[in-house]
Design a binder for this molecule. Structure first.
Ligand SMILES: Cc1cc2nc3c(=O)[nH]c(=O)nc-3n(C[C@H](O)[C@H](O)[C@H](O)COP(=O)(O)O)c2cc1C
Length: 223
């Protein structure tokens, strides 16, 4: 049986102030849409590495170009400041075994921190843009900053929840050959792209914290 929701279910209690009304939403917790996890790297104005773990994004294409829309960028983040200053970044795609180190980038979020190396990862310079790459990631997409747009009018948001949508354009792709060869490791399954999951049951309020997901490939696609 399908159920419809136009209002926050009463079972949805915030775990912390703003979880469902500030930067988050009850709809998001209800839907539980998986989203790819990757790390956006750039240089801060002091030359130190910035790393921002990302989940709310999508990729699109037009006129022969690949774009990424970073859909949830709180305007106080270092990432947005560095993007404005340097005009570029790298999108680094980690495998499941690197998740703990990616989480550490959040602990090492100080302006003075070299967030990649302080988290136990290896930084290497990007080839086409002035940003660091994470060497361990199987895929690095070097990007130029294209535009930013406020996601919602600030006066409609509750509290300090101003968020931007940021568009970046790929200028170079660096990918491990064992991952682009599907007969070797490949991009999918448990060893490739990692997605974030998690959702709530509106009937009971039960929180399914989820975990990491890979992409299961069904071989029944029509050609
Ligand atoms: C699983 C997970 C997903 C996240 N997704 C996003 C996201 O989509 N956008 C974002 O700006 N921050 C996201 N964050 C939070 C940032 O990674 C975190 O605030 C980071 O330290 C900000 O870095 P910065 O200030 O250097 O840019 C996420 C964190 C976690 C743990």
């Amino acid at each position: 049986m399908k159920k419809e929701f136009a209002q926050r279910p009463e079972t949805f209690i915030e775990q912390w102030p703003g979880e469902l009304t500030g930067h988050g939403s009850w709809h998001g917790s209800l839907v539980g849409m998986p989203s790819p996890l990757f790390v956006v790297t750039s240089y801060k104005s002091n030359g130190k590495q910035n790393a921002c773990f990302q989940s709310r994004s999508t990729f699109t294409e037009n006129n022969g170009e690949l774009y990424c829309l970073l859909g949830w960028v709180p305007t106080g983040n270092h990432m947005l400041t560095s993007l404005r200053e340097t005009g570029c970044c790298v999108l680094n795609f980690p495998t499941r075994d690197l998740m703990d180190k990616c989480w550490k980038t959040i602990e090492h979020n100080q302006f003075e921190a070299d967030e990649i190396t302080d988290s136990g990862l290896t930084a290497e310079p990007a080839t086409s843009v002035n940003a660091p790459r994470i060497a361990e990631c199987f895929l690095n997409i070097e990007c130029e900053f294209v535009w930013e747009q406020e996601l919602a009018q600030r006066e409609f948001a509750l509290g300090d929840s101003s968020c931007a949508v940021v568009c970046v354009k790929a200028v170079r792709v660096c990918m491990d050959s064992d991952y682009y060869d599907e007969s070797e490791i490949g991009r999918y399954g448990k060893t490739g792209f990692v997605y974030m999951t998690g959702a709530r049951n509106p009937d009971t309020g039960e929180i399914y914290t989820g975990g990491y997901a890979g992409v299961e490939v069904y071989n029944d696609k029509t050609q």
